[in-house]
Design a protein around this ligand. Structure first.
Ligand SMILES: C[S@@+](CC[C@H](N)C(=O)[O-])C[C@H]1O[C@@H](n2cnc3c(N)ncnc32)[C@H](O)[C@@H]1O
Length: 245
């Protein structure tokens, strides 16, 4: 059994959950569910892109408190044009204890009964793959507990949308590493999109080197900019094409 170090959570004076390990906050002080909707759903053109699809796959790096997952579930559930299945795949190295999750989820009444439904199936902090099902199986959550650099190579899927949500890259470089970016390229196809709150130059360069076109757009709250991107076609880092062939 591969036991993991659970998240060490604090709450800042302005009520935002913070990691004592990484010294960074889990979401914007300007609003958690609102940031998730603006950056991660909006940056991936959701809900529009899942409408009419039989199956849509979201991949998240850094599941954390489940805020992005819960906000996505809420949007998907209330979307009358979303008729298919949603598969949400996420990696997380330091899963919070269930009691910590309950205390923080209580701060988001806007998410209704969804946080409690997530906690009812919350797995123990054991490394590996945990499969959770919601809404009669229409929503599947595959939670890979462990380091993103080790978990991602084990995934066999094609993601339509990626949420990149590690802590700040200067404090928590692993989820933004070149290896992770290369895995994101492997797990997508041309037209797949990504979004993140970070516009760090190193993140933009690594994503571009892995085959994503990235652009800045208006950020959430006090953050002026965020990043969105999509898989290029053909991959930018692919072999040179012989124009005469
Ligand atoms: C900003 S928080 C994510 C918030 C989350 N998306 C949510 O909706 O609640 C960053 C998360 O990345 C996780 N993380 C940090 N390093 C990681 C790594 N190497 N592999 C996987 N997860 C990692 C942290 O434990 C933390 O939960």
């Amino acid at each position: 059994m591969n036991a993991l170090q659970p998240a060490r959570l604090l709450i800042t004076a302005d009520g935002v959950p913070r990691s004592a390990t990484h010294g960074d906050v889990y979401h914007s002080a300007d609003g958690g569910p609102e940031q998730a909707a603006h950056v991660f759903l909006g940056g991936n053109d959701l809900p529009g892109r899942w409408q009419g699809r039989e199956r849509f796959v979201v991949l998240e790096i850094g599941f954390g408190l489940g805020l992005n997952f819960l906000t996505t579930w809420r949007a998907w559930r209330s979307d009358t044009q979303a008729r298919g299945r949603l598969h949400y795949i996420a990696v997380e190295k330091h899963p919070p204890a269930e009691a910590d999750l309950a205390a923080i989820h209580a701060r988001w009444p806007v998410l209704g009964a969804l946080p409690a439904a997530l906690r009812a199936q919350w797995p123990p902090p054991v490394g590996g793959v945990h499969q959770l099902q919601f809404d009669g199986g229409a929503l599947a959550l595959t939670l890979l507990l462990g380091d993103a650099r080790e978990c991602l190579p084990r995934i066999d899927a094609v993601a339509d949308a990626i949420y990149l949500d590690g802590f700040a890259p200067d404090r928590n470089p692993e989820p933004w590493s070149p290896d992770v970016c290369a895995q994101l390229a492997r797990l997508t196809r041309p037209g797949s999109t990504l979004a993140t709150w970070s516009v760090a130059g190193a993140v933009r360069r690594r994503l571009a080197a892995a085959g994503f076109i990235v652009e800045k757009r208006r950020g959430f709250g006090h953050k002026r900019e965020m990043l969105r991107g999509w898989r290029a076609s053909p991959p930018l880092n692919g072999p040179p094409v012989d124009a005469g062939a």
